[in-house]
Design a protein around this ligand. Sequence first.
Ligand code: GDP
Length: 195
Amino acid sequence: LFCGPVTFVKGVTTMQALPPADRVEVCFAGRSNVGKSSLINALTGRKALARASNTPGRTQEINYFALGDTRYLVDLPGYGFAEAPKPVVERWQRLLKSYLAGRQTLRRAFVLIDTRHGAKPVDEEIMTLLDRSAVTFQVVMTKADKVSLAEREAAAAQVRGVLARHPAAYPELVMTSSEKGDGIETLRSIVATLT
Ligand code: GDP
């Protein structure tokens, strides 16, 4: 799939613990419950790879997966989860900022947006952070199977309106359904061809 097996590398909570920046990496960000684990599992062809990151206590970790030996896929914790205590949220935001601004090998961030909900203010906060960090980001619409074609188009139009305000945004969206497999091959080839 990605020139070798997909494996879990480690979960990190500090910049010091990041693996050596010796290969291209992409990261995935999105609100809790957006369908990030399902998407990563569909993308890697591994059923429960990203499940570990969803278990309580691991949610504040940046999870590294190796795609063969040429790329890392980085699973960022879901955001917008009101239950987390403030110090935890602040610690996480500091780590996220350091990661996005300081990771030389990070080529693209994928910002996941639920097709049913469209881009929310908390998604725009992440986009603004990506602008400031000069990290190109691309929106991946999730759970497209849950809505009609007209609703997909309306959601995409809303997101495009938001993206127009963000200089780091890559203009093309990827519409996906982890359930049906739509858009997964497209996303896989984007990840596989980034250099
Ligand atoms: P995460 O919190 O972002 O990792 O989200 P999950 O991957 O755990 O998904 C949250 C919920 O949405 C679960 O109940 C999934 O089964 C469901 N889900 C995720 N992706 C899809 C999809 O493409 N289609 C449908 N219908 N449901 C999905």
